[in-house]
Design a protein around this ligand. Structure first.
Ligand code: GDG
Length: 454
């Protein structure tokens, strides 16, 4: 496995102990990796010298070093200020700097070199996400014997946007080094084929691209969550009790709207708060009867666009509470921190309506986690049509988040949804996620990779 981050974090500084990171990717891929005594190559998240490879929880962790300069240029720069906004529909103007690109090439080269040295003959290597799109091509050049998979977790943009990337050909050729390239949605896969045909000498048929005498398969593999794990946790007494406590803390009978996101401009947090404010202002929602809890995990705090978003969201929260709160009873509870998993699950369980309103999102796991945490078959999901999850969770209240009136109306509907209707929709969505969980996602991708001809 080759990913930007290792599947472990250090508790405190460089002397702390390693803990497995929470998250679907780690829990989906770890069992398969353990079985074959595989290695996970990734960055530790801090600058400078890295520890030697070490075993943790049955997996060999192989840290890759990034200097402080490379974190600025490759990670915060090229990855998160060029590729991230470009791939998310240019919600912020991408910036292109040649020194960022040089650093990006160097870092991708280091990951590829590390994989080339480590992989046994004929092994399968699975590369993850937009930070490492050059790795498949580089690795193929070093180790033509390997079977290489690549999965992109974010949307793959259409030609009119991707074409602006000064290094479009290098990126496409990097991806074409893989035997199998996976996307979250069919649209991304179609964009990939069209771009390959426009900017490289690759030629496609359905699901296969012929590139310089090799066959590169591509397709969509919508990622999912560990349904069982969330569902099991939601059945525990501790989670039920905590969920009841949250209701008590918030006040008698008040309904809870919930948002859970990384604090990212793709997630539509500001739009959601604006729609909520309009509902309060028009009197459609009574501030004594309903509150919004917005959990916002700090993210990419050194990138300017993220600092601006944080300031804007905090301004909005201040304004709305200033206007509609009463002593001891805010209308928006804003948490800017990462909550432990055993706090997140009760929050999902307590929410009368979950607001998932990204302007663009590869999948959105939060939407799937919410339904997995509702064995009571209660609650309503308001879901942006611009998420990958909307392709599967058809019984959500689907919304165009750019339409503020439409969004406000959907929130109102969610709060008014009759119990039988909540149950009908929730049951169908839970079935969908239960069937297509993250284990199945990994299995389908790896099976298809195993069938590719090397
Ligand atoms: C990228 C793509 C794609 C959130 N707050 C807390 C917390 N979280 C966890 C959630 C969820 C994860 O973070 C967020 O996942 P998303 O899918 O919603 O979004 P991205 O971070 O943007 O992920 C996305 C995903 O990759 C996978 O391919 O779906 O489209 O953008 O799991 O639960 N977890 C804890 N405390 C929090 O406060 N423990």
């Amino acid at each position: 496995m080759v990913a930007n981050r290792l599947p472990v974090r250090r508790t405190r500084g460089s002397g702390g102990e390693w803990l497995t990171s929470p998250g679907g990717l780690v829990s989906a891929l770890s069992p398969a990796l353990r079985e074959v005594h595989g290695s996970w190559i990734g960055w530790t998240g801090v600058a400078g010298a890295v520890p030697k490879p070490f075993d943790h929880d049955g997996i060999r962790n192989v840290p890759v070093e990034l200097s402080a300069r490379e974190i600025e240029d490759h990670y915060e720069g090229l990855s998160n200020s060029a590729l991230w906004p470009l791939y998310h529909g240019c919600l912020r103007p991408p910036e292109y700097h040649r020194h960022w690109w040089r650093s990006h090439v160097a870092v991708n080269g280091r990951f590829a070199q590390c994989a080339a040295e480590l992989a046994p003959p004929g092994a399968s290597v699975w590369v993850q996400d937009y930070h490492l799109q050059l790795v498949p091509g580089m690795l193929r050049a070093l180790r033509p014997d390997l079977r290489i998979g690549f999965f992109l977790h974010i949307p793959f943009p259409p030609r009119e946007l991707f074409a602006q990337l000064p290094w479009r050909q290098q990126v496409l050729e990097g991806l074409l080094g893989a035997d199998l390239v996976g996307f979250q949605a069919a649209l991304g896969a179609r964009n990939f084929r069209a771009l390959v045909e426009r900017f490289t000498d690759g030629r496609g048929e359905r699901g296969v691209i012929n590139f310089r005498g090799r066959e590169v398969r591509y397709g969509h593999f919508p990622i999912s969550i560990d349904f069982e794990a969330f569902d099991t946790q939601a059945h525990t007494d501790a989670a039920r009790q905590r969920s009841a406590e949250i209701h008590d803390q918030i006040g008698d009978g008040r309904r809870i709207l919930l948002g859970v996101d990384r604090l990212d401009y793709t997630k539509g947090i500001d739009i959601r708060i604006r729609a909520f404010r309009e509902l309060l202002a028009s009197g459609a929602i009574d501030p004594h009867e309903c509150i919004l809890v917005q959990q916002a995990v700090p993210s990419r705090e050194h990138v300017g666009a993220y600092q601006e978003l944080k300031a804007e969201v905090e301004r909005q929260v201040g304004e709305i509470n200033g206007e509609f709160a009463t002593l001891g009873a805010p209308v928006v509870h804003y948490l800017h921190k990462s909550l432990p998993q055993d706090e997140l699950v009760p929050l999902y369980m307590a929410a009368d309506a979950m607001l998932v309103t990204p302007l663009r999102d590869g999948m959105n796991l939060v939407a799937k986690e919410y339904v997995a945490c509702r064995p009571d078959e209660r609650g309503a999901l308001v879901l942006s049509e611009f998420t990958g999850a909307a392709n599967e969770l058809r019984q959500a209240l689907i919304v165009n988040p750019y339409d503020i009136d439409g969004l406000a109306e959907r929130i109102r509907q969610a709060l008014a949804l009759p119990e039988v209707e909540q149950q009908r929709r929730m049951r169908a969505m839970r079935d969908a996620v239960r069937k297509h969980d993250v284990h199945r996602w990994a299995r389908v991708f790896l099976d298809q990779l195993a069938e590719t001809y090397v």
